[in-house]
Design a protein around this ligand. Structure first.
Ligand SMILES: [Zn+2]
Length: 280
């Protein structure tokens, strides 16, 4: 009986290989489906990331198409769709897989949501995705994962918060340093222009988040309103704080430092709220 089962499994594996299908698909075995959305956008972003990385591998490759000249050890990027209504981020390195999951529908909604509102600038998903993928390369280099993916959703179980936050900050720093170095290289070329486009995108995002805090949430700064300044419970630290931190690491100016310190100051106020009424 056992021999029959082993033979059956072996036969399935042979049949899959013959059909060009991997027996262990990291997408479907985590309960996700392959997505056909955003293939051109992602392929373009992957190509730009690989050029920006130069000798700081690993390189990435789109999993849905063969790219001529792609290194054999390039890390596959999968376009995925999760379970309906599942909590997901635009991209992550799932635990247990040397690969990257990009969820195009989440990326599209995220960009739309962060572009909408009074005083906002229209964000560009392609440039933003370059930053996101560089961040994921930071995870791959240090062997950390962004999330545990199972049953088509992102699980926060077994993610120790302080270690997860340190891993996110480390991945952000890697992405920021690659962009800063490439944007300021002595001889300008397509790659330095590409890096500068991403820096502009991060500045726009920082602006939009500032508009949210000051226009939509007027008054939140004075009291450090937790829903505006605190982490949202997911292992990734507050995105607004991360973007301010990345911008400060890249530009290192008095202005970027002031913005970061003002945000952190508001968070401290929120963590130690003053009573609204004096006790008699
Ligand atoms: Zn991450």
């Amino acid at each position: 009986m056992a021999v029959t089962k082993i033979w059956a499994k072996t036969w399935v594996a042979i049949a899959c290989l013959a059909a060009g299908v991997s027996a262990a698909d990291p997408v479907t075995e985590r309960g996700f489906a392959h997505s056909a959305e955003g293939q051109d956008l992602a392929q373009h972003a992957i190509a730009r990331v690989n050029r920006l990385l130069t000798d700081q591998g690993p390189r990435l490759r789109p999993a849905w198409v063969d790219v001529v000249g792609a290194p054999s050890d390039a890390v596959p990027v999968f376009l995925v769709e999760g379970a309906p209504g599942a909590l997901l981020t635009p991209a992550a390195v799932p635990s247990g897989c040397k690969c990257v999951f990009v969820t195009p529908s989440v990326l599209r909604d995220w960009v739309r949501r962060n572009s909408a509102g009074q005083g906002r600038m229209e964000l560009d998903a392609s440039h933003f995705l370059v930053f996101v993928l560089l961040h994921e390369v930071g995870h791959l280099r240090s062997g950390t994962t962004g999330a545990i993916y199972r049953d088509g959703a992102m699980s926060q179980l077994n993610v120790e918060p302080s270690r997860a936050k340190a891993a996110e900050e480390d991945a952000d720093e890697f992405a920021a340093d690659v962009l800063a170095r490439r944007a300021r290289q002595p001889i300008a070329n397509d790659d330095s222009i590409s890096a500068n486009w991403v820096l502009i995108e991060l500045t726009k995002l920082s602006w939009n988040m500032q508009a949210f805090r000051t226009l939509d949430e007027f008054g939140a700064f004075s009291v450090g309103k937790p829903s505006v300044f605190f982490d949202d419970g997911y292992s990734h630290p507050n995105l607004a704080w991360r973007i301010l931190r990345v911008n400060d690491r890249i530009h290192g100016s008095r202005d970027t430092r002031d913005l970061l310190e003002a945000f952190e100051e508001a968070r401290r106020r929120g963590a130690d709220p003053q009573p609204l009424y004096r006790k008699n």
